[in-house]
Design a binder for this molecule. Structure first.
Ligand SMILES: *Cc1c(COP(=O)(O)O)cnc(C)c1O
Length: 390
């Protein structure tokens, strides 16, 4: 099918919940994707920070194929070797001993909220303004942005919001009914907002002093995105609970709640997911995590991240409409003083796919396997496009 035919079927048969680009993708390899017309693009979106190990990673594809021939799904009524060995691997790479497996970021956050409420016997959760935690009723409630909530009320009771990067506001808001503070170590959808270095450390201290759980939503920052396996490691802060999803299984849908002793609060029957931790998803996740470790993608994320950041900073010097460039590893934002939708279209025509967060922030979250050559291509295309813009 060509792009036009695919777009026509979409408008007729798919609920129109997405503002899609006029682009139908058929193939991906590393940091390159191809559309239905055969045109190739350098991918700076990576399925929104999902394809960290590259598109159709051969190791992940092989693990999925081999596992699919043996056992795709079984109920969590039974044990599988794939699930326990993935849980052990997650314990080795994180600061958490135990995992609960689910299928998405929103579901992971739902699980973390349930765990925090059960563990503390309290109901209140404090989250940040401008945050993003998912699209279920409870996770849009946790999300501190009205635009995601409007029209879907009534929301879940028990949530309070404070400004991001304001430890004092958290301290002032914590009360006798507060169970947990839920925070993204770097705000992704909110526009790639990186907190100052001591914010998360101080937040941890306040939570510890007031006996409140600290939950990191690492759905977007996890698995090498910021240059360490988790952003908590980049900032040197260990939360009580971490939620992960997006890149965990190399593009295969999976989420997880990670915790230490807090996790022991869950008893049989407390929480479940039919598909959670299926042998297929676990095989994909193990292959993906092992690829990150074996191919030293954490170093690549740091090295290519600072190379990219440098290039973008040079572009900033020469373009007034660029207000700020910021990043950690390969999670980079370029803030403009205009909406960036037109620039996204222009870049697409130049063979680069990129996405816009918070309306005016170009978000660069490419596969961690992106090459310097591809970064050069993106930078020079961006320079030309911005030149045309201003
Ligand atoms: C994407 C994202 C989510 C939601 O994940 P889904 O898999 O779409 O449910 C939650 N939190 C953060 C920080 C995210 O970036």
């Amino acid at each position: 099918m060509n792009t036009k035919e695919i777009m026509n079927l979409d408008s007729k048969y798919v609920m129109q919940t997405y503002g899609r680009q006029p682009l139908a993708l058929v193939k991906g390899k590393g940091s390159t994707v191809w559309d239905a017309e055969g045109k190739s693009y350098v991918d700076c979106v990576a399925g929104i920070a999902v394809n960290n190990v590259g598109h159709s990673n051969p190791k992940v594809a092989e693990a999925i194929c081999e596992q699919a021939k043996n056992l795709i799904h079984t109920s969590n009524l039974y044990y599988t070797e794939q699930q326990v060995t993935l849980a052990k691997l997650l314990a080795e790479i994180s600061s958490h001993q135990k995992s609960f497996f689910c299928n998405s970021g929103a579901e992971a956050n739902e699980g973390a909220i349930k765990l925090a409420r059960k563990h503390t016997g309290k109901g209140e959760i404090i989250t940040m303004e401008n945050s993003f935690h998912g699209r279920t009723i409870t996770t849009i409630t946790a999300t501190g942005q009205k635009k995601y909530q409007k029209g879907f009320e009534p929301l879940t009771p028990g949530f309070k919001y404070v400004p991001y990067c304001d430890v004092e506001a958290v301290s002032d808001t914590i009360g006798s009914e507060t169970a947990a503070v839920l925070v993204e170590p770097i705000q992704g959808e909110g526009g790639v907002i990186i907190p100052q270095n001591d914010y998360l450390k101080n937040l941890k201290e306040v939570c510890h002093d007031k006996d409140v759980l600290l939950i990191f939503d690492e759905v977007q920052t996890g698995f090498g995105r910021t240059g360490e396996m988790f952003a908590s490691q980049s900032f040197g802060v260990t939360p009580d609970i971490t939620t992960v999803a997006k890149a965990i299984a190399g593009g295969f849908p999976m989420g997880a709640v990670l915790a230490n002793e807090v996790g022991d609060t869950f008893e049989p029957g407390d929480h479940a997911a039919t598909f959670g931790g299926s042998p297929l998803a676990c095989a994909a996740a193990k292959a993906s995590i092992n690829f990150i470790l074996e191919e030293k993608l954490l170093e690549k994320s740091k090295e290519n991240g600072s190379y990219f950041l440098n290039k973008l900073n040079i572009i900033k010097e020469n373009n007034e409409i660029v207000k700020d460039v910021r990043g950690m590893g390969l999670m980079i934002g370029m803030e403009l003083d205009v909406e960036c939708a037109k620039l996204v279209d222009d870049m697409r025509e130049r063979g680069i796919i990129i996405n816009c967060a918070a309306g005016n922030v170009l978000r660069f979250v490419p596969p961690l396997v992106i090459t310097k050559n591809q970064i050069n291509l993106v930078s020079s295309a961006l320079e030309d496009a911005l030149g045309k813009f201003s």
